[in-house]
Every structure is written in C-alpha cells, then in structure tokens.
Design a protein around this ligand. Structure first.
Ligand code: GLA
Length: 415
C-alpha cells in the first residue's frame, strides 16, 4: 500500500485497511511458546491508591531512541524536562522503555546493562527524583521483552520488590511472548505483586488491545494500550484515532485508554498533523507521554507539547474521554469533550487534502441557544462571543480547517 493510495482513500477506509495491515505485521513476532508465569498468589488487601486521577504525563524513550538508552540520556532528559518547562506543564514521569535490562543474576535478580547504566538504577532514580520528576521502567509479562531482554515471567514478586527498592514510580508491562497466557489474570497478578512490594507504582498495561483491556483493565492498571504501535506518520495517527475512539466509555479517573506515546517532534509529520495528533490525544483524555528528543526541541515542537490550554483539556478533572459528535461524510469530524467548569472543548478535524469549512451548532455540543464565549486554544486568542439561535441560516460557529489540521476551541455557555 503506497502513501499515494492512502491519500486517495477516505479516513474510515484507511482505518480499516491499516488495522488489517498492522495486526498482520504484528502477528508472528508477538507469539511465543515459553512457559507461563508463576500462578498468582492471593490478592493483597491493601487499598488501591488513586494513582492516576488524571491521564499520566511524561516522557518515554522508545519512539525516538529505541534500544539506544543509557544513563547519560536519562540524566540529560531529566535536566531538559525541568529546563524546557515540560515538568511545569505537567510531564512528570521519565520512563525508560525496553533494553535497559540484560540478564538475571544467580539469585534471579534482574540486572541492568552494566555498561550503559554503570551507576545502577537506584542512583539513576535518585537523580530523576532529585529533579522533581518520577521514575519509570519497562518489563514484559512473558519470559522475554519485545526486544528479547529478560521479561518478568516467573519473577513478578522479586521484580516488583526490586523496582520498589530502586524507587520506581511507573512501570510499563508489555505482552510480547505472552500470547498463550490469560491477560486479565497475568496483569492482575502483576498488580498484586506491586501491591505486596508496598510502593505506589503506576501500572501501564501494554497488550495493544489484543485482549479487550477496555473490558477488564480498570482497577488492574491505570492505563492500557488500545492499539498496536504508533508510527511517526499521518496514516498511523488517523488509524489510532479511529480505534481508540471506540472505547470512550471505559475511560475515566483512575483508568485511561492509551492510544500510545506521542510522536510530536520526531520529524515524520507536518506541523498541522502534529497539532492534530496532540489535540486528539487531549480530546480523548489520553496519557501524554512525549516520545521525542527533549534536549533538542524546535520552537514548533515546544509550541505543541507545551500548549497549556490543550494540556488543560487533557487533564480536566471531569476525566471524560471526548467523542466524535459530527461525522461529515466528506472527511471532516467535530469532536467534543465536556469539561469540569461547564465549558466544552471542541476540535474540528480535516482528514482531506484541501482546506475544509466546518461548523457546529450549540445544540450539538450541549450548549444552550444564545451567546457563548469562544477561545481558540492554538491561536491563544478569544474569538469573541458567538450566538446561535438554532435557526438554520442564522449565525453559527464556523471555522476553516487546514488540510490534515485541526481547529480547537473552548466554549463557555452564557457569557
Ligand atoms: C512493544 C511496545 C512498544 C515498545 C516496544 C519495546 O512493541 O508496544 O511500545 O515498548 O515493544 O520493545
């Protein structure tokens, strides 16, 4: 399938085609025959702390750095998170993804790469904490991670205790080499091991939506992937938006659909496409895990990742995942997310190759007829008081949306 073929297809058709392509591509590598993990022990009785009342925000190494991770990168990234204002904007978890681990000792303890993490993980966690951030790590339910490093199978309790000792605050647990196992049971067993270890640790479930996590993951982990891996391209973002949007009912304070980490700033999309990517993640109350090099961000990238008005939509305490409320058959969508102060976040998305005019009526977004204040969350300006009488040809709120772009506003009724 070429980029040109994709360009000519409507968004919905792209979604269906890509779902098929991605799941085929994922297939063989994700299946393995290794023995199951140890049977879960009795569930701990400790109350579940409110680990994620809002969608978690932070940075993860995978999208940009893959296996090229070491302690220098982590320290420099921690510094950058403070210096660029990322921490102030809410990004607090610094997560090392796959490839930090190389082996297990004769006592079964997991061993970090002694060359790349020479100072040890405890010292690194201390450094990260010293910058006011929280520290995250990665493992896998199966015997090996997706990159072939030691997984957690058979070692849930020992690993949880080790991570608690190091000061880990967040763990992403993958599903490679685990397809023969029972996902709800395995992840619950991992959660119980974390509880027994006695440190509050966010559990990020990463089984790519393979076992319908939206039906069971709340109360097990605080976020769960709903799709296969994101790519740094527009087609991938379009497909993920479609797939993740179907599970809005499952999300809310304490447990969030995870459409995967951000690609903003990695170079594969246009400025408008990255703005759409970020806006839709915010409208869908998704975890916001930056996946670019935070030490070398352009002004454009900063203007997206540090857009506090869009972040506020994502982090709104009502915790509702926004939905498509208007589907225009010619390639436009209007999304709405209700916010705690009674206002509504509205995103107009354009999937076509041309600029598209789009409008919304107040009745479609639960705003009473009459005046309402509108603010543009990308231009950072109030765009005035707009009235809607409900009569078809009277004034209505209309915007022009660039190709593959978004206009995102916040609307307060009665002002
Ligand atoms: C899987 C996950 C990715 C990343 C890699 C690491 O593909 O879905 O997010 O963690 O494994 O190997």
């Amino acid at each position: 399938m070429t980029g040109n073929t994709l360009k000519k297809m409507p968004a919905a058709a792209i979604a269906v085609t890509l779902v098929a392509a991605v799941f085929t591509a994922c297939g063989p590598g994700k299946t393995a025959k290794e023995p199951a993990a140890a049977a879960p022990q009795a569930a701990a009785t400790a109350p579940e702390p409110a680990l994620a009342p809002l969608p978690p925000m932070g940075f993860n190494t995978w999208n940009k750095f893959g296996c090229e991770v070491d302690e220098t990168l982590i320290r420099q990234t921690a510094d950058a998170m403070v210096e660029t204002g990322m921490l102030d904007a809410g990004y607090k978890y610094l997560v090392i993804d796959d490839c930090w681990q190389v082996d297990r000792g004769s006592d079964g303890r997991i061993i970090a790469d002694p060359k790349r993490f020479a100072g040890g993980m405890k010292a690194l966690a201390d450094y990260v904490h010293g910058r006011g951030l929280l520290f995250g790590i990665y493992s896998d339910i199966g015997p090996k991670t997706c990159a072939g490093r030691p997984g957690a199978a058979g070692y849930f309790d020992l690993d949880a205790a080790t991570y608690a000792e190091w000061g880990v605050d967040y763990i992403k647990v993958d599903w490679c080499n685990a397809d023969d196992l029972d996902a709800p049971k395995e992840y619950a067993s991992f959660r119980d091991a974390l509880r027994r270890a006695g440190r509050p640790i966010v559990l990020s479930i990463c089984e790519w939506g393979r076992n319908d996590p939206w039906t069971w993951a709340k109360g097990v982990g605080q976020l769960w992937r709903t799709t296969a891996d994101i790519g740094d391209n527009w087609a991938s973002v379009v497909w993920i938006i479609g797939a993740n949007s179907r599970h809005a009912d499952a999300a809310g304070p304490g447990g969030w659909n995870d459409p995967d980490m951000l690609e903003v700033g990695n170079g594969g999309m246009t400025f408008d496409e990255y703005k759409t990517h970020f806006s839709l993640w915010a409208i869908m109350a998704a975890p916001l895990m930056a996946g670019n090099d935070l030490r070398a961000m352009t002004e454009e990238t900063k203007s997206i990742l540090l857009n506090k008005e869009v972040i506020a939509v994502d982090q709104d305490p009502l915790g509702v995942q926004g939905r498509v409320i208007i589907e225009r058959g010619y390639g436009g969508q209007v999304w709405m997310k209700p916010l705690a102060d009674g206002s509504k976040a509205v995103a107009f998305v354009n999937y076509t190759d041309r600029e598209l005019a789009q409008y919304v009526r107040w009745s479609q977004i639960d705003i009473p007829a009459g005046p309402a204040k509108v603010r543009d969350l990308w231009a950072h300006v109030d765009v005035g008081i707009h009235a809607d009488t409900g009569r078809h040809y009277d004034e209505r709120f209309e915007v022009r949306v660039p190709s593959h772009g978004v206009v995102m506003v916040r609307i307060w009724p009665g002002q």
